[in-house]
Design a protein around this ligand. Structure first.
Ligand code: TRP
Length: 457
């Protein structure tokens, strides 16, 4: 008989798909993907990004979900169980521990950026009630970043929103929040795409995003693209493993994994196609957009479309961030509930408070601490790079090796029971060889210039 998790279970296949897609689709797709593509050479970046999704993202996503479902517990405990069942060492719980650290780091800056979207939604509310329009988006964005108090306030609001959902638990909190709002976000992106089409710049946007300029590829571009792939799919820190723990048996891991990966990638590409025509229209360079890209370009379009569009867009983006942030807080909360005597509520509030404090580093990195630049990076970017570009792919690599080489084949075969033999064997081969080679290759590409520099060559 199927055992269920003490944290609750998804009520249906659709509920899981919505929750996992809700986790995957977020700021990563709409805020980060466009400016990553913009900063890293457009088409070449996108091509590497898509390869990372296919060769590492999808197979590791399946591995995370199946490991979670096999254990029915938070990542560290699920990995402990899987290692014991397979007669392997405790070493393989490492991705679970590392994932909790990565989760805190990622949520810390994620919440700050989500706070920007809340603030922008608020600006459009004010505008609808007669407030001043955003006349100079660059100045508005600059003023926000310069104001540590304002940033801290909206960061706190977003963290409270996140903790409320997690405190209510799987069925009551997580599921309800995602059911209506994801389709609404998709509709809003299509409206923006329609607007983009009226500018006549769709073709130019498409060629920037999809025609690769191979001379733009460097070790750094490889690393950024892979980090973005893991970040966008919520992979490498066991968030999907946690969601998998609440997935009823009998639902196909392969199929839901594929649906989540396709929707996430689709939304990122759609967001890119919606945003670049607007960027081009207002004579902003498509390359070098930086983290402020959507906050400085889109208000120019909303100025013509009407403030209500600005409100709906930024409100929905905040919701998309919300359905993602809960998956960053859930793994540690579930872990604390299993390992300590804390209630779900106390555990969630404690972790959120800790993460909120860590987020103050990102808040200050734009103003009082903007002069602190280790390795030439501001502190928020540094945290992002360490978590997204290093910890996530490393976690993913360990999960792939464990699932492919160490986990008892009986477990993975049973969890993927619906797959025909050839597909199961393809998956196994990909997590054993292709994904680890891909991740190692990217790390090597990124490391090479550094090694060369150290060798003085
Ligand atoms: N994938 C989300 C986004 O694209 C962010 C996110 C949620 C995430 N959970 C995660 C990233 C776990 C890494 C790991 O916005």
């Amino acid at each position: 008989m199927d055992k269920s998790s003490i944290h609750g279970m998804w009520s249906s296949r659709l509920a899981f798909i919505l929750a996992a897609t809700g986790s995957a689709v977020g700021l990563g797709n709409i805020w980060r993907f466009p400016y990553m593509a913009s900063d890293n050479g457009g088409g070449a970046f996108v091509l590497i990004y898509l390869s990372c999704i296919l060769f590492a993202g999808l197979p590791i996503l399946m591995a995370e979900i199946l490991l979670g479902r096999n254990g029915r517990t938070s990542p560290v405990n699920a990995l402990t169980q899987a290692a014991e069942q397979s007669g392997r060492s405790r070493f393989w719980t490492l991705p679970g521990w590392m994932g909790m650290v990565a989760g805190v780091l990622i949520l810390s800056f994620y919440s700050v950026v989500a706070g920007w979207t809340l603030y922008y939604a608020w600006l459009y509310v004010l505008q609808l009630f007669g407030g001043a329009p955003i006349a100079d988006p660059g100045a508005t964005f600059g003023a926000l970043l310069g104001d540590a108090g304002l940033l801290t306030f909206w960061h706190a609001i977003f963290m409270i929103m996140t903790v409320v959902v997690v405190a209510f638990g799987v069925e009551k909190g997580l599921e309800r929040a995602v059911k209506f709002l994801m389709p609404a976000l998709l509709a809003m992106l299509l409206v923006l795409l329609g607007y983009g089409a009226t500018t006549g710049n769709l073709g130019q946007a498409a060629s920037f995003l999809f025609v690769p300029d191979f001379s733009a590829i460097s070790g750094e571009v490889y690393l950024r693209a892979m980090g973005q792939a893991f970040f966008s799919l919520s992979l490498g820190m066991c968030a999907m493993m946690t969601y998998g723990a609440y997935l009823p048996k009998g639902i196909s891991v392969g199929r839901v994994g594929l649906i989540v990966a396709l929707s996430d990638t689709g939304v990122a590409l759609l967001a890119g196609m919606a945003i670049f025509p607007i960027v081009i229209q207002f004579a902003i360079e498509p390359s070098g957009g930086g983290p402020g890209m959507i906050f400085t370009a889109l208000p120019l379009a909303f100025d013509q479309m009407g403030a209500i569009f600005g409100l709906v867009f930024f409100a929905l983006l905040a919701v998309a961030a919300w359905t993602s942030s809960i998956s960053l807080l859930e793994p540690t909360t579930a872990f604390l509930v299993e390992r300590t005597r804390l209630s779900r509520k106390t555990a969630a509030i404690g972790m959120a408070a800790l993460t909120w404090v860590v987020g103050l580093v990102s808040v200050l990195s734009f103003n009082h601490w903007s002069h602190i630049r280790p390795f030439g990076l501001d502190l928020m970017t540094l945290i992002e790079r360490i978590a997204n570009d290093l910890m996530l792919p490393l976690g993913g690599l360990l999960i792939a090796i464990f699932a492919g080489w160490r986990l008892s084949g009986r477990i993975s075969r049973e969890e993927l029971a619906d797959l025909p033999d050839w597909l199961y064997r393809t998956w196994l081969w990909v997590v054993r060889v292709v994904a680890p080679v891909a991740v190692t290759f990217v790390f090597w590409q990124a490391l090479r210039p550094i090694v060369r520099q150290l060798m003085g060559g």
